[in-house]
Design a protein. Structure first.
Length: 130
């Protein structure tokens, strides 16, 4: 756990870079597509956040009551977080394609998502000491 602070700072930097990529791509969209984007994903973000809260809550419950070994718990938690990211990203990608968003925007979205996943992977590797 000695790497927690550097891992967290690195994760924040990567997330910031990913947000900058998203914002730049968003600014290039036509006004109609910007409104459509908000409309397409307004409900999705609520459900994704609820699932994330459930995963984190289960993690803390399992930690508090020592239900499984820490390695198993962290492994399950990591897999659950990555599954949420990949499933959410896949459905977002499909929605963007179905609604004919520009390829440049979709590429930026995928690049941003890749950076977030990479940052999260490095974060987990650093804190687990692998």
């Amino acid at each position: 756990m000695d790497n927690l602070m550097p891992a967290f700072v690195l994760l924040l930097v990567v997330v910031l870079i990913a947000r900058v990529i998203n914002q730049r791509a968003y600014k290039k969209l036509e006004q109609e597509k910007k409104l459509e984007l908000i409309d397409l994903f307004s409900n999705k973000s609520i459900y994704t956040f609820a699932i994330l809260i459930a995963i984190i809550s289960l993690f803390f419950i399992a930690t508090k009551y020592d239900l499984v070994s820490p390695f198993v718990l962290y492994s399950i938690y990591t897999i659950a977080i990555f599954a949420l990211i990949f499933i959410s990203g896949y459905f977002s990608y499909k929605k963007l394609k179905e609604h004919n968003f520009p390829n440049d925007y979709i590429r930026s979205y995928l690049a941003s998502m890749f950076l977030r996943v990479l940052g999260l992977l490095v974060f987990f590797v650093m804190i687990m000491g692998i």
